[in-house]
Unconditional design. Structure first.
Length: 266
């Protein structure tokens, strides 16, 4: 439970918005104009109530929007930080995926059902069906915003080739209905630990380390819409601060690490 909820009052973040006579939708639009991200009314409501912690980029944007210090706006979050698992228990976990085949099937399903947002993170992908599903979604749904966050160079040639195919399918510099629909960024290894998930606006899958080897990821969890929405914003924030890799030439210059691994890496 957040501090604001426990005290029965509004958070400073909500009061700052109300003081400016802004609706949640108006505040989200103004925030996105500053950050270049894709916050919506439901996410801002979660920020204000303390159900979700605000990421670094959105924090800076909200401070700029409301002209207030972070220790004031986000005291309700920092004083009683909660995660989706803490606030909902295991309700966000739809299914535990104990087999590699189940993991890949669930990841492909998340991709196939994405219509608004598709965020994929990690530098180890090489499963053909999974990569092909991403390419199919990008080709079939031109309004789908696809974000790919790499953590260091690709570990396998299959992923590097996949990135080239994405860039052949879409031009990242193009704007469809005013929106950039392809984002590819690489977080340098020294800045953050690698993380793996695929998330749409309705569901997400997070692969977990294998019990059978140090490098494999052959099981995972299928997560609900609430968790998926948070992961979409997580990935978009990570990409926004990453080094862009959005030309075929830039992808081909990346060193492919050819790491050996077990089945099912994201």
């Amino acid at each position: 439970m957040s501090v604001a909820a426990a005290g029965g009052g509004d958070s400073a973040l909500k009061r700052a918005r109300l003081a400016r006579n802004m609706t949640l939708e108006e505040a989200a639009d103004a925030l996105n104009a500053i950050t270049g991200l894709a916050a919506d009314a439901s996410l801002l409501s979660a920020f204000e109530s303390g159900r979700r912690r605000t990421g670094k980029r959105n924090r800076a944007g909200l401070c700029r929007l409301y002209r207030e210090r972070p220790e004031v706006l986000f005291a309700h979050q920092d004083g009683a930080a909660t995660s989706a698992l803490e606030t909902t228990g295991t309700a966000v976990v739809v299914k535990v995926l104990t087999r590699w085949t189940d993991l890949i099937e669930a990841m492909v399903d998340v991709v196939a059902e994405a219509r608004d947002q598709l965020v994929v993170t990690g530098s180890r992908s090489r499963e053909k069906a999974y990569l092909a599903a991403i390419e199919t979604a990008v080709a079939q749904y031109p309004d789908l915003v696809h974000t790919r966050v790499l953590y260091g160079p690709p570990r396998h040639r299959a992923l590097a080739d996949h990135l080239v195919r994405l860039l052949e399918l879409r031009d990242p510099s193009a704007r469809r209905n005013g929106v950039k629909t392809l984002h590819i960024g690489m977080v340098e290894p020294t800045e953050a630990l690698e993380r793996f998930f695929v998330a749409s606006e309705t569901a997400a899958v997070a692969p977990l380390p294998s019990f059978h080897g140090a490098d494999g990821f052959d099981c995972g969890v299928l997560l609900s819409r609430e968790a998926a929405v948070g992961l979409v914003h997580h990935g978009r924030e990570a990409c926004a601060s990453a080094r862009l890799v959005e030309t075929i030439e830039a992808v081909r210059m990346l060193p492919v690490r050819h790491n050996q691994r077990g089945e099912g890496e994201a």
